[in-house]
Design a protein around this ligand. Structure first.
Ligand code: F6P
Length: 322
């Protein structure tokens, strides 16, 4: 193998740049030519390939987002799009591809792998929804961002004797909301994996009020079946919560920012492992964190189900909120 490519795809997250840097520098160390594909699958289909030098990845370790940019692309989901992508890779003499992204992006990688093209995946998504890895890149930084917001919101909630509904990201997976509720000291948490009814949220806020708390916080993952705006409306209509109720949807703030030390190290180790595995002849595999080690799992398995939340966390959240 003489020439490989790396791309970032799907929703961005802090640490993607650290992974790209690790792939490029490890590749160069092995005497490879490394190309960056801009804007994920869209760039792959458009032939947007650029040779990356060590200099080009210098000064990016601490930067959020992705210098390669990213995009959500529909064309590559079709068989015609996939053969066009393979054609572009062949046109540029690329012999292996490393994809840094979430479940949708890695699914595209399996398609190329099945067409016989060597592909390695690196899990990068703040949702932590990829099965088979203890952590994905970006999760730790997003959690710290949420925690910082939650602490600030608690300050003002306390001053005004208010209850806050805080909505976190997490389309199918409530990991961010669950951990944020435990380490941020929320009264109650609702996630797609174990949804809490609006009535139960109401009851827990009332309970916090009658016990004399100066504020209360409910953390809700965006993937639950009701909208947080409807929840706030429901609580206001009840009229007996005690606290004034406010809503804060954290949104894309959670996706930006400089990666934490944990994410920089995780991304670096995953980038190195992906490159070395590609050279070892692996394909169709995702790098995963298993305890203290970097390991591999078939991409198909990693995207076959949503990473489950440790069931103990539900008890922890309940006990510690009292
Ligand atoms: O998958 C990561 C994620 O941030 C989800 O938590 C969220 O639902 C989604 O991406 C938002 O996507 P977009 O940036 O395309 O609106």
């Amino acid at each position: 193998m003489k020439r490989i490519a790396v791309m970032t795809s799907g929703g961005d997250c802090p640490g993607m740049n650290a992974a790209v840097r690790a792939v490029v520098r490890t590749g160069l160390d092995h005497g490879l030519e490394v190309f960056g594909i801009r804007q994920g699958y869209q760039g792959l289909l458009n032939g947007d390939f650029h040779r990356l030098t060590s200099f080009e990845v210098s000064g990016i370790l601490q930067r959020g987002g992705t210098i390669l940019q990213t995009a959500r692309n529909l064309e590559f989901k079709t068989p015609a799009g996939q053969s066009k992508g393979l054609r572009r890779l062949n046109e540029h003499g690329i012999e292996g591809l490393i994809i840094v992204g979430g479940d949708g992006s890695l699914r595209g990688g399996t398609a190329l792998h099945k067409l016989g093209f060597p592909v390695m995946g690196i899990p990068a998504s703040i949702d932590n929804d990829l099965y088979g890895t203890d952590m994905s890149i970006g999760v730790d930084t997003a959690l710290n961002t949420i925690l910082d917001s939650l602490d600030r919101i608690r300050d003002t909630a306390s001053s005004h004797t208010r209850a806050f509904i805080i909505e976190t990201m997490g389309r199918n997976c409530g990991y961010l909301a669950m951990i944020a509720s435990i380490v941020g000291g929320a009264e109650i948490v609702s996630v797609p994996e174990r949804e809490v009814s609006m009535e139960a949220i109401h009851d827990s806020l009332v309970d916090a009020y009658v016990r004399g708390k100066s504020h209360a916080v409910a953390v809700i993952a965006e993937g639950v079946s009701y909208k947080t705006t409807d929840l706030v409306e429901y609580l206001s209509q009840k009229g007996d919560v005690g606290f004034e109720v406010r809503l804060s949807i954290l949104g894309h703030i959670q996706r930006g920012g400089s990666p934490s030390a944990f994410d920089r190290l995780l991304a670096t180790r995953m980038g190195v492992k992906a490159l070395q595995s590609l050279l070892d002849g692996q394909s169709g595999m995702m790098v995963c964190m298993s305890g203290r080690e970097m390991d591999l799992i078939p991409i198909e398995k990693a995207i076959s189900q949503v990473r489950p939340i440790n069931p103990n966390y539900f008890d922890l959240a309940r006990i510690l909120s009292r």
